[in-house]
Write a protein that binds this ligand. Structure first.
Ligand SMILES: [Zn+2]
Length: 557
């Protein structure tokens, strides 16, 4: 039986002008073989120009073709195989003589049968199909480019295209400033509007192009920026496909997810305007619908915010009464006190957790092994899925949905595997942050603005539902560990539970820090950051510039 061989070639001279590397050609051709149900027996490659005869690997291939050892050759384009009259004639003659049954490229198949058509196509090919090929090549080249981790669009602010290497690099001028924007958001220190203003003051401007650029970021730019997964290292295409980028990520996946929740768009990447602290986070205890904030203004001018279920069943509104935000925040504040550690506990736990951490870090290697296994499994499933598709055992919609899910899963696992293992010292610092965060909770909440209150609620409360003007939720880990702590025997339990929690979280602890806020008094902070939304020029003196003093007013800046 005659063999199927992949032949891939890349010229040595014109490296810069060629889109696809040998590896990419081979990958495309393997996919083609899989699609056609062909078994590949051998892959031969060569880096050699085909402008003149005398390529060694090609020569050896032709010798075996003469001996009728090879049934079909797969190549990326006809011109990979032959580019001079001698070699072209050699290949065509082998086809005509039946020594070689087929030459298969992604576009078409060349056989002895369609000789006339083939010759015509081939002769015209170089000249007239050049433009068509260019278009197809761009598409194919793009996929190869994504697989290598580079986008085919201009990267977002903080990154720059490197034209010479066709890769994306850090924009050293803007990268640190954009990272600072993320820091401000994640710390809860500023809301996106304040961040947009602050970035302007730090001197952040969009890169200059011929007609555009050189401008500060608008609010919309800032919202869109925080929704762009490119910053955590993912290339997301419009059709939903994700690829792991080869660029240096600016934020970790955990930070990115945190930001989405903070901005009220978990799992969504479109812009949701959020003026109310708990929008999208509370569910109706009767029907499960998401509660919607409603604002009422009394004739006196006083504003009240309610969270209400708008679900209608058979034309009748849901009977669950609205929850006034003032009552909700009163309840929340009382609950926060229950998970707040006294300073004596913070000190004792800090002293006793170090030894536990050191021993625990050793376990991390095992965790990484599990991720690698998951990645292998996911890749195997991708292959299996493709096989099902080729056998017509799965419909297009299901195939596409599953394919995209798997791609996403693989990209995320690769990202996780790339997260550096945190040093014990870092872990201890992070745990310290958790403890300090807990200790500062009631005050941080009382003095916080919309974004910070939302962040605290998100960090602490799991599965909140609302029924009869009361919110029901459970405390999230690790704060649930702190509930009802009393004696030092309980503190010992907290240390042990924190250790277990670290392992369960894969040692990735989100940042729980209000450092910026705890060192700068709130009034000064507001003045420094440009005052509250909608205000005029901020005054840098005195605490009079504080935003609304009632909880309800603060909820809607
Ligand atoms: Zn309801």
């Amino acid at each position: 039986m005659s063999a199927h061989v992949i032949y891939a070639r890349k010229s040595t001279e014109s490296d810069a002008r060629q889109v696809l590397s040998i590896d990419s050609q081979v990958q495309e051709l393997k996919l083609l073989a899989l699609r056609r149900g062909l078994e590949i027996h051998e892959i031969v490659t060569e880096a050699h120009s085909a402008r003149a005869p005398g390529r060694p690997v090609f020569g050896a291939l032709m010798k075996r073709i003469e001996k009728r050892e090879i049934g079909a050759v797969l190549c990326w384009k006809m011109d990979r195989l032959a580019r001079n009259h001698f070699d072209t004639g050699h290949v065509l003659q082998a086809l005509a003589d039946g020594k070689l049954a087929r030459v298969i490229t992604p576009e078409r198949e060349y056989t002895a049968d369609g000789n006339d058509r083939f010759l015509g196509n081939f002769e015209l090919g170089i000249a007239t199909k050049f433009i068509d090929d260019l278009r197809v090549n761009v598409k194919r080249g793009n996929r190869a480019r994504f697989q290598r981790g580079w986008p085919n669009y201009r990267p977002p602010i903080g990154y720059l295209n490197d034209r010479a290497t066709k890769t994306v690099g850090r924009d050293d001028e803007r990268f640190p400033l954009v990272r600072r924007m993320w820091d401000e958001l994640l710390s809860g220190a500023m809301n996106p509007m304040q961040i947009a203003r602050a970035a302007g003051r730090w001197g952040l401007r969009t890169p200059k192009t011929r007609h555009l650029g050189g401008k500060p970021l608008s609010f919309q730019n800032v919202y869109r920026l925080f929704a762009n997964p490119y910053y955590m290292g993912l290339i997301r295409l419009k059709n939903g496909e994700s690829y792991k980028g080869a660029h240096q990520p600016m934020v970790t996946p955990a930070e990115f997810e945190d930001a989405q929740v903070l901005l009220g768009r978990p799992g969504r990447s479109h812009y949701v305007k959020h003026l109310h602290a708990y929008a999208g986070m509370l569910r109706c205890g009767l029907c499960g619908h998401t509660l919607v904030p409603e604002e009422h203004v009394k004739p006196s001018g006083k504003r009240f915010v309610y969270y209400r279920c708008r679900r209608r069943t058979d034309g009748r509104p849901c009977p669950n009464p609205g929850l006034p935000v003032v009552a909700f925040e009163r309840q929340l504040e009382a609950d926060l006190k229950r998970v707040t550690l006294p300073s004596a506990a913070v000190a004792w736990i800090t002293d006793n957790i170090r030894a536990k951490c050191d021993a625990t870090v050793a376990l991390q290697a095992a965790q990484r092994g599990a991720w690698e296994q998951a990645l292998t499994d996911s890749r195997r499933e991708s292959d299996a899925l493709l096989t099902l598709k080729l056998r017509d055992q799965v419909d297009d919609a299901t195939f596409e949905r599953r394919r995209i899910t798997l791609l996403d899963q693989q990209a995320r696992l690769r990202l996780r595997l790339e997260q550096p293992a945190p040093a014990p010292e870092t872990l201890i610092n992070r745990l310290q942050e958790v403890l300090n965060f807990s200790a500062s909770l009631p005050q941080a909440f009382r003095e916080g603005d919309t974004v910070r209150r939302r962040r605290i609620f998100h960090a602490l409360c799991a599965n909140p539902i609302v029924r009869d003007r009361k919110a029901l939720y459970t405390a999230k880990e690790p704060f649930s560990f702190f509930e009802g702590q009393g004696t030092s025997r309980d503190w010992q339990t907290i240390v042990e539970r924190l250790r277990t929690w670290l392992v369960e979280r894969d040692f990735q602890i989100p940042a729980y820090s209000f450092d910026a806020l705890d060192t700068v008094p709130r009034a000064q902070q507001v003045a420094q950051e440009g005052g509250c939304a909608g205000g005029g020029a901020p005054r840098a003196n005195g605490p009079s510039g504080l935003p609304g003093t009632t909880a309800a007013a603060r909820d809607a800046p």
